[in-house]
Design a protein around this ligand. Structure first.
Ligand SMILES: CC(C)(COP(=O)(O)OP(=O)(O)OC[C@H]1O[C@@H](n2cnc3c(N)ncnc32)[C@H](O)[C@@H]1OP(=O)(O)O)[C@@H](O)C(=O)NCCC(=O)NCCS
Length: 115
């Protein structure tokens, strides 16, 4: 199962921390803030969630219970917390892989879910 999403980074330029924390984790916010251009990473993390909805064909996913983290190499993955484990069980999914990219104006994310 596959899902993809693309968003304009500009859309996130004016968001407050409080608004970001309604849809993502503190760790993601801190990661983005540690980078040169935080909005591109925040936009990417948002795209991951929309792409996950598409991959799983499940539109009631609670965005702030999902968390993206990174391997030492920088490769992103979804943290398999209790919430994600439950969603994966409901959808019959054993493994989820994600990929993120950004350009000047857009971020894109791809989610691949395997049964
Ligand atoms: C990892 C790499 C491909 C990222 O590409 P980029 O064009 O700089 O950046 P993009 O916007 O497309 O991608 C950034 C995203 O890639 C992901 N990423 C970073 N390192 C990654 C890795 N090792 N594997 C998979 N994904 C990775 C991250 O999700 C990152 O976004 P995030 O930090 O917001 O989560 C790039 O930095 C790299 O290492 N390229 C290899 C360079 C190389 O070998 N050059 C030799 C030329 S001779």
């Amino acid at each position: 199962m596959i899902g993809i999403d693309i968003e304009e980074i500009d859309r996130f330029n004016s968001w407050s921390d409080k608004e970001f924390l309604r849809i993502m984790s503190l760790k993601e916010l801190e990661y983005a803030k540690s980078r040169k251009n935080p909005p591109e990473h925040l936009c990417g993390f948002y795209c991951v969630r929309e792409a996950l909805v598409k991959a799983l064909n499940k539109n009631d996913i609670v965005f702030n219970k999902i968390e993206t983290d990174h391997e030492k190499s920088g490769k992103p993955y979804l943290v398999e917390n209790e919430y994600l484990k439950e969603i994966m069980k409901i959808c019959g999914v054993k493994q989820i892989e994600i990929s993120i990219s950004h350009s000047k104006n857009y971020a894109v994310a791809l989610v691949l879910a395997r049964k």
